[in-house]
Design a binder for this molecule. Sequence first.
Ligand SMILES: O=C(O)c1cc(=O)[nH]c(=O)n1[C@@H]1O[C@H](COP(=O)(O)O)[C@@H](O)[C@H]1O
Length: 279
Amino acid sequence: MTERFGARLARAVADKGPLCAGIDPHPGLLQAWDLPADAGGLEKFALTAAEAIAPEVAVIKPQSAFFEAYGPPGVAVLAKTMKVCREAGALVLLDVKRGDIGSTMAAYTAAFLPAGAELEADAITVSPYLGFGSLAPAIDVAQTQGKGLFVLARTSNPEAQGLQNALLPNGKTVAQDIVDTAAAYNAGVGPLGDIGVVVGATIAPGELDLSVLNGPVLAPGFGAQGATVADLRVLFGPGLPGVLPASSRDVLKHGPDHEALRAAVRRTRDSLGPLENGQ
Ligand SMILES: O=C(O)c1cc(=O)[nH]c(=O)n1[C@@H]1O[C@H](COP(=O)(O)O)[C@@H](O)[C@H]1O
């Protein structure tokens, strides 16, 4: 039987710590690395980052838009980058933020989750704003094929507050309702469910109750967007249970030197606490 994503993630985090390192080939970073703004520059950037960073972390998160921006050659670079990351032992969380009516969601799911797909990921980010139920095709595949989802709940950007903290007729905020719906899919699954949520590390403490989620929490906003390790501990609890703090630019800015990149990702990873295996 295929091992569930939650179990694979728990093992990876026990081995390498909870950091999720992002590969975000921003045009400004390509320029800072002295690379041309074309598919060749993108490839050099992404593969350098993947080779230096992926062996050091449990999860690596390529940001699809920065690759799609270069058209089909960019998507080919994304596929290659994901392969390098997997071969280095990292779980690949593809940040594509997809979400659509159910039948179309099934097509997005086929693009990113099944074994053998050109852009096969271990998990993807998805948007529930067409209704959580519209994600059913992705949930089905994730749960049966050992893959994971990270559902946007309370995002790190300042514009998100009004919509995501709006109260629903059931008395919950939109974000809390998304967390609780994800929790229902994770109930009773050990050691961790497969349906995670995205909660920005920049939000105010106390906004959300994550106590029954029993699933992973992707927490972007750590580093370049201002959140610190201390902020993470206040927000999510001292032990950061199930939390994957995500950082992209704050690590990538140390490139293109391979050793400097590797040192930066190790520093960031180690700032989150000692590894369970003492490495
Ligand atoms: O889903 C995400 O990954 C995400 C959700 C969110 O609420 N905020 C957020 O910043 N992100 C992504 O996380 C990464 C953050 O990058 P840095 O700010 O450079 O660390 C980017 O790829 C964002 O698209």
